[in-house]
Design a protein around this ligand. Structure first.
Ligand SMILES: [Zn+2]
Length: 502
């Protein structure tokens, strides 16, 4: 019943999924979260939406999932060397004249806001790197004790050569050969002289005098290397070996490769059973880049303030658009594609509204149409079982949309399907669009909030009327003035008070 195939980027093959839990009930999933020194960009949103769908589908299949997604709030250097450069969070703090943790809080809040707009489910645990310094220091100690780490001038480096010589598979995930690893490391890292081997990387970095975010450690004041937090926090919450680790494709090297190295160094075990990587989002066929102006922030897309789009597109339109490509394929965002997504989303929601109102009216047995509808439903879930193939599942769903339209237009009779099939169609359609795809009917949301606002306003008008009857003019004026600040005007008339939005 729980058949599910996942493409494992470590083994590079599609394989049957079974969790580490002997009963195949519990799943541990870790996804690399945002670095909170800036607003989350659209590419990151795609990654988080992709893994939200993985999480939702596992829940739909009745798995009990512990989903951990971290917040990277330790300021890291551009390289991992003690070059005296400020970390990105420190830098931003100076620019905006804020405390580093104020930056972290501000961008964490913004990140959560965007995730909520996109209707992603919150993870079960959202640990922060700064909240797990103790665990990270313990892991460094363990790595040193096992002979995979060494200290130089207050920094600690991971000994990749030992891992390579022992043939433990450093480079397997990213498919890099040792020579490539050496070359890439030389390009990336500034502080080669402290390292015994060019592909070694820092797991603890000595803080320069100007570095604000710093912690005491057995090696002096410093901060953990970027890759370390994910190793330490996934081990703490999911165990030394866990089921699924996800992230964007750009994190395969060096981040995930080095995570594996650290876990091997600390406990001698491969940390992850299924590695999953989401592909890039490009804009108008080109990589997004601020300097080229080929760039849109989520809020610009939602507000319609980007010069690259002629109008606003809602968060659900963006989410629907993302479903139209498999998470392992590149996705190209264009105005035309967003317009198409807007229409597609609307068709899906309208079909659902029509479907839920259909009433069973006859008795049908084993008709072709009955079999056809059941097989489309099976195919839609089958596509999700095949490495979360949302575009194909969506295509099946649109096959159901045309059947629903035919019932609605009386082109085909509801008598041709059984009551059980109609009920299954209603339930499956709702489950796929709302629970699994995580779409919301935005028009319904707007209607209900308008209703709520009207209810609240009637209540406030009633309170104000009471105040006036008690000749409490100060209170009645205060209510009027505070509402004005919110853009709402109260008008007193013969029929009583009424309100309008300004
Ligand atoms: Zn990570």
């Amino acid at each position: 019943m729980k058949k599910l195939k996942i493409y494992n980027s470590f083994s590079r093959e599609l394989s049957d999924f079974s969790s580490i839990d002997p009963k195949n009930e519990y799943v541990g999933m870790y996804v690399c979260g945002p670095t909170v020194y800036n607003e989350v960009h659209l590419g990151n949103c795609r990654t988080f939406v992709s893994f939200d769908i993985v999480y939702r589908y596992l829940l739909h299949k009745a798995y009990k999932v512990r989903y951990v997604r971290n917040i990277t709030d330790v300021g890291h250097l551009e390289g991992d060397a003690d070059s005296g450069a400020e970390s990105k969070i420190d830098q931003r703090a100076r620019l905006e004249r804020l405390e580093p943790m104020e930056i972290v809080q501000k961008y964490s809040n913004l990140f959560h806001h965007v995730m909520q707009q996109l209707n992603t489910l919150p993870p079960s645990i959202e640990p922060t790197a700064t909240g797990h310094i103790v665990e990270q220091i313990e892991m460094v100690k363990q790595i040193i004790a096992n002979g995979y780490g060494y200290e130089k001038n207050g920094s600690v480096y991971f000994n990749t050569r030992k891992l390579i010589e022992e043939n433990k598979g450093y480079g397997t995930l990213s498919g890099k050969l040792v020579d490539d690893l050496l070359n890439e490391s030389r390009d990336n890292l500034k502080n080669q002289d402290e390292k015994e081997h060019p592909s070694d990387f820092a797991i603890w970095v000595k803080a320069s005098p100007t570095h604000i975010m710093r912690w005491p450690s057995p090696w002096g004041e410093g901060f953990p290397g970027w890759h370390l937090e994910c190793s330490a926090m996934s081990t703490k919450y999911l165990g030394q070996t866990f089921d699924i680790h996800g992230g964007g494709m750009d994190l395969q090297f060096p981040h995930h490769e080095n995570e594996i190295a650290q876990n091997l160094g600390a406990c001698g075990c491969q940390p992850v059973r299924y590695w999953m990587h989401g592909n890039m989002l490009v804009l108008n066929g080109k990589k997004m880049s601020k300097s080229d102006g080929n760039y849109i922030m989520p809020r610009e897309l939602f507000a319609g303030s980007s010069p690259l789009m002629t109008k606003a597109y809602s968060p659900m339109t963006l989410r629907f658009f993302m479903l139209q490509a498999h998470y392992r394929s590149t996705l190209n965002i264009t105005e035309e594609a967003m317009q198409g997504a807007e229409i597609g989303l609307q068709r899906l929601m309208e079909a659902n509204a029509v479907l839920q109102e259909l009433q069973y009216s006859g008795e049908a047995n084993n008709t072709d149409l009955d079999a056809k509808i059941n097989s489309i439903i099976d195919a839609a879930f089958g596509e999700m079982d095949n490495d979360f193939n949302t575009p194909n599942a969506l295509a099946e769903l649109f096959g159901l949309v045309s059947e629903i339209q035919k019932f609605h237009n009386k082109q085909q009779s509801l008598n041709l399907i059984s009551e059980a099939t109609l009920n299954r169609l209603k339930d499956s359609f709702k489950a796929l669009i709302f629970d699994v795809f995580g779409l919301m009917d935005e028009t319904a949301a707007n209607d209900s909030s308008a209703e709520m606002l009207d209810g609240l306003m009637q209540m406030i008008i009633e309170f104000r009327k009471e105040a006036r009857e008690q000749k409490n003019w100060a209170k009645s004026d205060l209510i009027r003035d505070e509402l004005l600040k919110l853009g709402i005007q109260i008008k007193d008339g013969k029929e009583g008070a009424s309100w309008t939005k300004l």
